[in-house]
Ligand binder design. Structure first.
Ligand SMILES: C[S@@+](CC[C@H](N)C(=O)[O-])C[C@H]1O[C@@H](n2cnc3c(N)ncnc32)[C@H](O)[C@@H]1O
Length: 228
């Protein structure tokens, strides 16, 4: 029986699940593994970590993370996606003891508070509207342990002419106003509004994908700055 998608106003990719692994490397000019490795390095993974991948698609990033974890030490990567077909494919191709996948919406995560050591999300936030972006970051904040890292790669203010061309063309061709929000630069403000530290820009790929690193403030820093 096929997995049911969960309702969301986000743009889910059930229809693309079967071909996603063929097309995504092309869209990333063959630099997908290099980019993912950089992102994963930012997580500073320990083998006991529990790590959430939001909007995981077919689970490529979650699997790369899971390979660094040990189930004996309690480590696991959990990928969530609102599209049932994406999760079906991810489980079939990449599921393991340390690599689990669940159908869930980013704006309503089925996990308890402070469950994860870190949270990652790649190329997902341009699929949801502003209010859902806010809810999804609030949820990421809730499920992350104090001091836990947030690593994000997504469309942001383009930095090159080609980057601007790709961003604006995809916004109009895909009829996706959510992309317009990203290219106006809304992400850092929403991340901070959810309670995270001010995100740092770590790098930019192809002039249109930006890598952000942030953190949920630790309990000690909250004690030092009670009004934070
Ligand atoms: C472009 S794909 C990115 C997949 C993967 N992270 C990657 O880097 O290849 C965006 C994913 O977000 C999922 N999605 C859309 N709205 C969602 C929501 N509200 N909650 C969770 N996933 C959602 C889509 O189904 C799709 O698989």
């Amino acid at each position: 029986m096929s997995l049911k998608s969960v309702p969301t106003r986000g743009r889910t990719l059930d229809y693309a699940a079967g071909v996603y692994d063929i097309f995504e490397p092309m869209l990333l000019f063959g630099r997908q593994s290099m980019m993912n490795n950089q992102l994963i390095g930012l997580l500073e993974i320990k083998e006991s970590h529990k790590i959430l991948d939001i909007g995981c698609g077919t689970g490529i990033v979650a699997k790369m993370i899971a390979d660094k974890l040990s189930s004996e030490s309690g480590g696991c990567a959990i990928g969530i996606d609102a599209a049932g077909k994406m999760i079906e494919g991810a489980r079939k191709k990449r599921g393991s003891k340390t690599c689990l996948f669940e159908v869930a919406a980013a704006e309503e995560l089925p996990f308890e508070n402070e469950y994860f050591d870190s949270v990652i999300s790649t190329l997902f936030f341009h699929h949801i509207q502003l209010d859902l972006k806010e809810k999804a970051f609030a949820e990421a904040f809730r499920v992350l342990k104090p001091g836990g890292r947030l690593v994000l790669s997504d469309m942001h203010i383009p930095t090159t002419f080609m980057g601007a061309l790709i961003s604006h063309a995809s916004r109009w061709i895909l009829v996706q106003p959510q992309i317009g929000e990203n290219i106006r630069g809304v992400l850092p403000g929403i991340i901070e509004k959810a309670g995270f530290d001010k995100p740092k820009i770590v790098s930019t790929y192809f002039g249109y994908i930006t890598v952000f690193l942030s953190q949920k403030p630790s309990k000690e820093s909250n004690d030092r700055h009670p009004d934070k």
